[in-house]
Design a protein around this ligand. Structure first.
Ligand code: SAM
Length: 355
């Protein structure tokens, strides 16, 4: 009997979209490799050039560069002139693939191999439960720091500080600030440089990140910033800070409720908690139009959720959603919570909370 419900056109369209995904996943890996090899920065400065000239300028092996250029040309990232065998990265593309431009997507593409690297362990978790700990991701903190340099550090002065009325004036006068889950500490270092009358602290449980943060603060000669290896779920301080921040650091905690309660306790009664975390809804159907829904669920699966589960945690995941965030902030003692979106950082929501 003929299956009359089978839609042949729908099947063909899906098959074409699979081919598209295959190609785009390959381009994503190529963008990551190009980013790590410095090829976009070099090509942005070169005129139309042969693969030999590009390889020499980047100090790389020509055969590898030429094969990589094949992906970039067929992926429509780089232009190619067959007559002269020359390649050119268009200015309009360089704007989104180098640190000189508006936003460097090639940096973010480095998450693809960083996360794919733990696939075997993740598949094992599908069968046996448990999680993959932070220590299994050798380059995570490095790539995270490069990404948050674009969204957090670059956005502090023009967009993030203005979210809290009067914050700039308070920072200028001198206040106590703590960043929880500070990673490589770039946000606090940036603020410590700009506001010498205020004191800044950063806590993270990653020894590698804290040592990187301490070295950076030391080489900048900063005396008003300190970094400590500490568990965010056990801050253990009372009414010590005027401002506490966390950047992309709640949803992947093992014990996010304990972290939020500790932050609430550590804030002075009139203090402010400013939290950046992934934008989205806790309802999957509401994320269908999310511009990077599949990307965020995949980052969550391959990192945020599993690292939390690895420490016996809640496994909230990156798509815990604004609904859950607002509820948990309320439960932690924050009576007023505003939910903000900033144009420069469409991946995140910014919560401003007071007790
Ligand atoms: C997604 S990263 C964000 C890092 C940094 N805020 C940034 O924007 O670059 C989350 C950070 O939370 C830290 N973290 C996770 N669980 C923690 C815990 N229980 N105590 C302290 N830090 C924790 C991780 O080590 C990591 O640096």
């Amino acid at each position: 009997m003929l299956d009359t419900t089978f839609d042949q056109k729908k099947a063909e369209a899906f098959s074409e979209s699979m081919v598209d995904i295959l190609n785009k996943s390959a381009i994503a890996l190529g963008l990551s490799i190009g980013s790590r090899c410095g090829l976009f920065e070099v090509m942005a400065t070169l005129p139309e050039s042969t693969s030999m000239r590009i390889a020499e300028a980047a100090n790389l092996n020509e055969r590898y560069v030429r094969e990589w250029l094949g992906t970039m040309v067929t992926g429509r990232v780089v232009n190619y002139v067959p007559e002269t065998r020359t390649y050119k990265l268009p200015e309009e593309h360089a704007k989104y693939l180098t640190n000189e431009g508006d936003y460097n997507f090639a940096t973010g593409m480095q998450f693809v191999p960083v996360l794919a690297n733990i696939e075997d362990r993740l598949v094992d978790c599908f069968h046996n439960g448990g999680g993959v700990p932070y220590s299994a991701y050798p380059r995570f903190h490095e790539v995270m720091a490069a990404e948050s340099a674009q969204t957090v550090v670059a956005g502090l002065e023009p967009f993030i500080i203005p979210l809290v009325p009067g914050l700039r004036e308070k920072l200028e006068a001198g206040i106590e600030v703590l960043d929880v889950g500070c990673g490589s500490g770039q946000a606090m270092i940036e603020l410590a440089k700009r506001f010498p009358n205020s004191n800044f602290a950063g806590y993270d449980f990653s020894e590698q990140s804290i040592s990187r943060a301490q070295s950076a603060a030391e080489s900048d000669g900063l005396k008003n910033v300190r970094f400590e290896v500490r568990d965010a779920a056990a801050i253990g301080e009372t009414e010590a800070y005027d401002l506490i921040t966390s950047f992309d650091a709640i949803h992947d905690q093992a014990k996010p409720a304990a972290m939020l309660a500790g932050i609430s306790k550590a804030l002075k009664p009139d203090g402010t908690y400013l939290a950046q975390d992934i934008a989205g809804s806790c309802h999957v159907e509401k994320n269908l139009e999310h511009p990077i829904g599949p990307w965020m669920y995949t980052i969550s699966l391959t990192h945020c959720m599993t690292v939390s589960l690895a420490y016996g945690g809640d496994g909230l995941g990156a798509m815990w959603g604004e609904e859950t965030a607002v509820r948990m902030l309320g439960e932690a003692g924050f009576a007023n919570v505003s939910v903000n979106h900033l144009d420069h950082d469409f991946m995140n929501t910014y919560y401003v909370a007071t007790k």
